[in-house]
Design a protein around this ligand. Structure first.
Ligand code: KIV
Length: 287
């Protein structure tokens, strides 16, 4: 049995597919991607089944995003999501993922008051939810929150650019980092890196601003609607697999039409129930 210090053998330097060979993905491997000019993948997940599938598919990072507000709870935004709602989802994902790094969002209202509040909330996501780290929205103003969490041993992914929890103060879903705002994005990202963030996620931001931030940062960046210059990419899985209703955002690539598949199957099941063709002989216990 592996000792607690030797459960994640390091791949040999010469191996080209070193990332595939990493037994348990941790922040050092994401940093190595940045250092070597390689990429990694990240998806949201909110339950054990998708976590198991995505983990087996090799997705390096699973995020229990507060997008659960929209995708799981049916809220109009991420603003109403609470820590108590995210913890059981985090436990489901962390229990199912064998290889992926599992990060959970600090939801709106769970960190803004003070660095101490941020630490306490992150500790709950890790101790009760089993997360390996957290993601937190906000710019340089929250650098001390990141510092306190990093000092407490929490792996923190910062989230800049479009920050959905601030949808009301940002004035809606607006692309960030244009013109003068590019310098602010860069300053925010550098301040959060300096405070100890192991990675910076950049959402819905103009590509030149993202490129400048990625070049200036030592830590890996993750993009969503941020172009191709980041080390990692993340999507909300229901968008990526076409489960959502209506048009997905422009930056989403749809890899399947699950909504169509599920609707068709549900309709076929209903028809079978109504006309009596389900259950058939093979579904019945005869004795
Ligand atoms: O909550 C979430 O799913 C996110 C992603 C959009 C990155 O923050």
């Amino acid at each position: 049995m592996a000792s607690y210090l030797h459960d994640n053998p390091e791949p040999a330097e010469s191996e080209g597919d070193w990332l595939d060979r990493v037994a348990t993905v941790r922040t050092v491997h994401l940093q190595r991607c940045k250092d070597r000019g390689h990429r990694f993948s990240m998806l949201t997940s909110y339950d054990a089944m998708t976590a198991g599938i995505f983990d087996e598919a090799g997705i390096e990072v699973l995020l229990i995003g507060d997008s659960a507000g929209n995708t799981v709870f049916g809220y109009p935004s991420t603003v109403p999501v609470t820590l108590d709602e995210l913890i059981p989802l985090t436990r489901a994902v962390s229990g199912a993922a064998k290889r992926a790094l599992v990060l959970a969002d600090l939801p709106f209202g769970s960190y803004e008051e003070s660095p101490a509040q941020a630490v306490a909330s992150a500790v709950r996501l890790m101790k009760e939810g089993g997360a390996h780290g957290v993601k937190m929205e906000g710019g340089a103003y929250y650098a001390e929150h990141v510092r306190a969490m990093a000092q407490a041993g929490v792996a923190v992914m910062a989230h800049v650019g479009y920050t959905p929890q601030s949808v009301n103060s940002l004035g809606g879903h607006r692309v960030q980092g244009r013109d003068d705002a590019a310098q602010r994005l860069l300053d925010d990202a550098l301040a959060l890196e300096e405070a100890g963030a192991f990675s910076v996620l950049i959402e819905m931001t103009a590509e030149p601003a993202v490129q400048a931030a990625d070049e200036a940062l030592r830590v890996p960046t993750v993009g969503i609607g941020a172009g191709g210059s980041t080390t990692g990419q993340v999507l909300v899985w229901q968008d990526m697999l076409g489960l959502g209703e209506g048009r997905a955002p422009r930056f989403v690539k749809k890899y399947a039409d699950l909504r169509g598949v599920v609707a068709q199957a549900a309709g076929a099941y209903r028809k079978d129930v109504l006309d009596g063709s389900f259950p058939a002989e093979e579904h019945v216990f005869k004795e």
